[in-house]
Design a protein around this ligand. Sequence first.
Ligand SMILES: Cc1cc2nc3c(=O)[nH]c(=O)nc-3n(C[C@H](O)[C@H](O)[C@H](O)COP(=O)(O)O)c2cc1C
Length: 173
Amino acid sequence: MLGGVDATVTPERMRATLGRFCTGVTVVSTEFDGVAHAMTANAFVSVSLDPPLVLVSIDQRARMHEILARSRRYGVSVLSADQERVALHFAGRPMPDPGGLLEPAAEAGPPLIHGAIAHVVCELHATVPAGDHTLYLGLVEELRSRPGAPLLFHAGDFGRIDVEQHESRWTAW
Ligand SMILES: Cc1cc2nc3c(=O)[nH]c(=O)nc-3n(C[C@H](O)[C@H](O)[C@H](O)COP(=O)(O)O)c2cc1C
C-alpha cells in the first residue's frame, strides 16, 4: 500500500498528498483603483477551448480574493525556470528591491510579469465558492507565449525540467 495504512483526510495530509501532483507556477496580476496587485498561484488550469476559459483557485484569506472580484480583468503569467524569486516575491516573501517585475499595463490591460513564458489576459466570467477557496473562471481575451523552460512546483518545492524546443506532439488535442 502507498505510504502505509493511514488514509485519513486532514489539511496536512491534503497538502502532502496533493503536493505529489506536479504543477507549473503562475502569477495572477491585476490593477484596481490605479494600484497593481499580484499573487503567486499554482492552482491554475485550462478549462475550455470554446469558449476559451481558464480557472484559478484563490484562498478567501488572500487580498487578491477581494481585489479580483472588483477589478474583473486580470493576467496570468506562467513563470520561467529562472523565476523562483519572483514566485516567492508574490507569495509574501518580498524582495528588497523588486523594480521592474511587472510590465506596465498595455492599453486598459492588466500588468503582467516581465520575462514569463506565457501571458493569458482574462475577463472574469464566473466565480464558484469552493470551501475555503473561490474558483475564478476567466474568459481568455489575449494569449502570448514564447519557448522556454517552466518553473515547476512539486512536494512543496520548486523544480525544473529540460524542455526540448520543438512543437508539441499533442497540439492536435
Ligand atoms: C508555489 C506557490 C503556489 C501558490 N498557489 C496558490 C494558489 O493557487 N492559490 C492561492 O490562493 N494561494 C496560493 N499561494 C499562496 C499565495 O501566493 C500567498 O498566500 C500570497 O501571499 C497571497 O497574496 P495576497 O494576500 O497579497 O493576495 C501559493 C504560494 C506559492 C509559493
